[in-house]
Design a binder for this molecule. Sequence first.
Ligand SMILES: C[S@@+](CC[C@H](N)C(=O)[O-])C[C@H]1O[C@@H](n2cnc3c(N)ncnc32)[C@H](O)[C@@H]1O
Length: 198
Amino acid sequence: MKGFLNDLYYGFPEIRSLMFLIPPLYWFRREIAKVFINQIMDIRPKTILEVGFSDAFLTKRISLSLPDCKIFAIDTSLNGVERAKKLGLKNVVFLCQDFFETKEHYDLTVSMHVFVLFDHRKALKKLKEISKISLISLTGVSLFTSYHRPFHRFFTGMDVNIIEPEDYVSIAEDEGFNVEILKVNHIERSYIVKLEVK
Ligand SMILES: C[S@@+](CC[C@H](N)C(=O)[O-])C[C@H]1O[C@@H](n2cnc3c(N)ncnc32)[C@H](O)[C@@H]1O
């Protein structure tokens, strides 16, 4: 049953994306994607690893903004990968791969709304092996995240590791990163973190 619900939730991104038809959620997602793109354009990487692309909402925007950049977009959902391949994004390689199994190095790692699923210290250690610079979004405590958490756990069996920006900064500094908090959405409490290996 759990496997079926997880496949339903992550294997069919467009079904999950229906929740983004709720206007504020869609707007938040667009807003946070814009900050990612501005940052990526400043960094001008030649290679990017995107972790957990899902319906390729961010991938499409990166692909169009940096046509000369090679993007490796990974997700653990095989269904999602098959669907994304049909988008025909020329500079993107879609792969069914677990972030923690990644071996290669990239100029930049990006990930929108995925690292909330990971143990933060374990994920930071992995990021350090892969890229000197990373941009990830996370979520702090809000009414929205409190409601979303049990819903997510029910469908995927995975917890959402909500963390306040200042707590994340302290963990990431301890793991050997220079950390910058770039944007906080005060309703959804999502924020973007720029991490640079010291
Ligand atoms: C909450 S969705 C976020 C999707 C998208 N980035 C967005 O902002 O809409 C999380 C995605 O991460 C993927 N995922 C979960 N664990 C993963 C892992 N260990 N490695 C790669 N992808 C993972 C899931 O399959 C899912 O598509």
